[in-house]
Design a protein around this ligand. Structure first.
Ligand code: NAD
Ligand code: UFG
Length: 339
């Protein structure tokens, strides 16, 4: 019995593979390396001592997925594969809708064909949109402001409808808040292509000398220091959330659709994160204040009580741990997996 991990070579997927292995699950990875490197598999082997079965291919390719299900005894699926860059999704909506939505439809259809009806899906806090009040709770209305966000809102609806149509399905829909950090070995971590969109890799690339200075998008928000507040969560905590979600799926039957937040419940401002990174790095990190970025909300943090209740999971890592581990990864791999 194995867990199929789509997108298992990616940032969150690779950390989850380690966690699943530690928890005793057999893992099969599918990835097309559109946003990751085959080198990840070597690093996973160094960390775990294992060669995980890797099928290089696209989840849009039905025949490819069928061949994986024919060869492996898949019991359930953790579905990370998808595109995730908000800005790029505005420029390339068709590519985003096709990869994220069609890709998931093909995967669900093949799962149904093989009678595999347990899935853990990577959703996002982005589905809370612009109009909810923190802390975000699962029952709040969902919405989006960009094609990437809409793919998550739509996929949640699709998964909900699938679970409603056939009670054999169990869907654990995890809404991640802001994942940062890296495995403590410094062998795997977040390796964005080109200039990072997200705060943490941008800061560490300034610290390592690849970028000149951080641009802070707005200091006129209604927050104590004027910069936005986010719920940062260590990627290892997220990984542990997936293994908890699998246990939940295995110990209960016919769960239907459950949306569950994975967040730390703590909000840190952009300036607070910067100052924590300065401590981790041991030097000042230059920055300028720019105008607001379109689509940003002032404050975002989770109510994670549902995860605690259903999954017996809560975030353990501190913001100091997150900044230390992100920096450890960046300084050992200034060019990501190209080093
Ligand atoms: P990532 O880009 O590092 O990983 C995604 C992986 O999926 C990559 O290895 C990529 O090559 C692969 N992939 C993409 N399309 C594929 C396809 N059609 N077929 C096969 N493989 C494909 O991203 P991540 O940060 O690890 O995110 C994983 C999931 O979590 C995504 O669905 C993302 O939307 C979601 N998520 C991420 C964040 C975040 O901030 N990182 C926050 C919320 C939700
Ligand atoms: N920020 C800067 N400068 C930068 C990058 C970011 O000031 O160079 C600020 C942003 O304005 C925001 C905060 O840092 O206030 C966090 O921004 P990120 O881009 O790191 O993260 P977001 O909260 O915008 O979004 C991230 C993912 C989304 C996901 C969401 C919730 O990019 O895909 O977390 O999980 F949906």
């Amino acid at each position: 019995m194995a867990i199929l991990v789509t997108g298992g070579a990616g940032y969150i997927g690779s950390h989850t593979v380690i966690e699943l292995d530690k928890a005793g699950f057999d893992v099969v990875i599918v990835d097309n390396f559109s946003n990751s490197s085959p080198e990840v598999l070597n690093r996973l082997k160094t960390i775990t001592g294992k060669d995980f079965p890797l099928y290089e291919g696209d989840i849009l390719d039905r025949d490819f997925l069928v061949s994986v299900f024919e060869k492996e005894n898949i019991d359930s699926v953790i579905h990370f594969a998808g595109f995730k860059a908000v800005g790029e999704s505005v420029e390339k909506p068709l590519e985003y809708y096709h990869n994220n939505i069609t890709g998931t439809l093909v995967l669900l259809d093949v799962m149904r064909q093989f009678n595999v009806k347990d899935i853990v899906f990577s959703s996002s806090a982005t589905v809370y949109g612009m109009n909810n009040v923190v802390p975000f709770k699962e029952e709040m209305p969902t919405s989006a402001t960009n094609p990437y966000g809409y793919t998550k809102v739509m996929l949640e609806q699709i998964l909900n409808d699938v679970a409603f149509s056939d009670s054999d399905w169990s869907v654990t829909n995890l809404r991640y808040f802001n994942p940062i950090g890296a495995h403590e070995s410094g062998l795997i971590g977040e390796a964005p292509n080109g200039i990072p969109n997200n705060l943490s890799p941008y800061i560490t690339q300034v610290a390592v000398g690849k970028l000149e200075k951080l641009h802070i998008f707005g200091n006129d928000y209604d927050t104590p220091d004027g910069t936005c507040i986010r719920d940062f969560i260590h990627v290892n905590d997220l990984a542990a959330g997936h293994s908890a979600a699998l246990n939940y799926l295995f110990n209960n039957e016919n769960l239907g659709f459950d949306a569950i937040n994975l967040g730390s419940e703590k909000g840190y401002s952009v300036l607070e994160i910067l100052s924590n990174f300065e401590k981790a790095v041991g030097k000042e990190i230059p920055y300028v204040i720019d105008g607001r970025r379109a689509g940003d909300i002032a404050v975002c943090y989770a109510d994670a009580s549902k995860a605690k209740k259903l999954l017996n999971w809560e975030a353990k890592y501190t913001i100091e741990d997150m900044c230390r581990d992100s920096w450890n990864w960046q300084k050992k791999n200034p060019n990501g997996f190209k080093d």
